[in-house]
Design a protein around this ligand. Structure first.
Ligand code: NAP
Ligand code: FE
Length: 367
């Protein structure tokens, strides 16, 4: 068994109405809050109104930056940071899916340090980032409990993550009601991202007893609710199940990292605008088939925890969820496979992962 050093310093508050019921956590953060969101979801989900009510009650001044793009770029976080520097906040409130949450982490570093966004990857910021309170409105990335931020780098034509132990949000609030406005497609894409973190974390070369415990429970919870993804209306219990599974996935990958599923997904998103979770979902079946050769027992556990009979059933579910997805030229897929084979995610993956293995998986899924 691997030695481990388990560290998730985020206070995770869960339950309906948890922002209002736990508003004391906004106190002590300071007098000025900078709210980081996308254009619509914060308002639409009801989370923004709950937050601004609490801030007004506590006499905390705030300003909102609502222009975080989906898959935020370095330029996008530079613009957000410039507004934040002018406002001089004491803390950051991040509301939204993974995009605003990740952008907020970049802003938290950049506002406290005189550096450009591209330098975030040097992982060397002299001053502590501002504290972050995070409120997810998707049930997918788990960014509310990870020390990671994934940004788009146009010069490198891909997405890349950076992180640091001081980037875990201080407090995160999980209220299923904020995910109830999600349209069906985004519910599916993000739920599959959560599953992907749980599965990749369990199969990571860095998995340990503590991360396995989180992954196992998360996969079971996901499996209990998986049939809900086949219809339109999710019940509160189902929404809550995916939200908690997503946070468990975030805690899992905080320790294990992700595997080549994510490395293959990034170019599909960068070049073809395939949403992040869907990109993972398209390759995860091939990944499990490949990993089964090295770790048949572990793959069998996943299938059993999902309450499925076979890997075929798993692949069939992904096919059904992503029916009519894009297909991509083989020469292009070979380029993506080569680039993915050079990422650190490959070292987290079980088996002998070569560029040609990755190309075969891509061709079988989106070729
Ligand atoms: P997202 O990119 O944050 O949002 C996708 C879309 O969903 C946006 O149009 C957003 O609207 C909308 N939306 C969000 N919540 C909604 C709600 N409650 N109701 C209606 N619409 C809503 O999606 P995501 O999948 O959560 O995040 C993806 C990003 O996270 C990617 O950049 C990915 O690489 C990253 N990621 C990070 C980690 C990590 O550990 N940090 C892990 C996995 C993935 P708005 O634009 O108005 O917000
Ligand atoms: Fe992800």
């Amino acid at each position: 068994m691997l030695d481990f050093n388990f560290f998730v310093p985020t206070r995770l508050v869960h339950g309906e109405g948890c922002v209002q019921k736990n508003s004391q956590y906004f106190e002590g953060m300071g007098r000025r809050a900078f709210i980081v969101t996308g254009p619509n979801s914060a308002k639409l989900s009801g989370a923004l109104d709950d937050v601004t009510t609490v801030l007004a009650d506590k006499g905390i001044e705030y300003e909102q930056f609502s222009e975080v793009e989906v898959n935020p770029s370095l330029d996008n976080v530079e613009v957000a940071s410039a507004s934040a520097r002018r406002f001089k906040p004491d803390f950051i409130v991040a509301i939204g899916g993974g995009s605003p949450l990740d952008a907020a982490k970049a802003v938290a570093v950049l506002v406290a340090n005189d550096m450009a966004a591209a330098q975030l990857y040097d992982k060397n910021w002299p001053n502590q980032p501002l504290p972050i309170l995070a409120i997810p409105t998707t049930a997918g990335t788990g960014s509310e409990v990870t020390p990671y931020s994934v940004l788009t780098i146009p010069e490198k034509e891909t997405k890349q993550g950076f992180g640091g132990p001081d980037l875990f949000p201080k407090v995160s609030f999980l209220d299923w009601r904020y995910t109830d406005s999600l349209p069906r497609g985004i519910t599916i894409d993000t739920a599959v991202d959560a599953l992907s973190h749980l599965v990749e974390g369990y199969l990571s070369t860095r998995a340990n007893s503590a991360s396995d415990m989180l992954a196992m429970h998360g996969i079971r919870l996901w499996g209990r609710h998986r049939k809900a993804l086949m219809h339109d209306d999710l019940t509160p219990e189902e929404r809550d199940g995916f939200l908690v599974a997503s946070a468990l996935g975030g805690m899992t990958i905080s320790h294990t990292g992700t595997t080549f599923v994510h490395a293959l997904g990034y170019p599909l998103t960068y070049y073809h605008d395939i949403p992040h979770g869907q990109a993972n979902g398209l390759v995860i079946g091939g990944y499990l088939r490949f990993t089964e050769r090295t770790a048949p027992d572990k793959v069998e556990n996943i299938i059993r925890w999902l309450d499925m009979d076979s890997l075929g059933e798993f692949a069939g579910m992904m096919d059904q969820l992503f029916l009519g997805h894009k297909t991509i030229d083989h020469a292009e897929l070979e380029r993506y496979a080569q680039a993915a084979s050079e990422t650190r995610n490959v070292a987290n993956s079980l088996g002998d992962v070569t560029a040609s293995v990755l190309a075969d998986i891509l061709k079988a899924s989106v070729g």
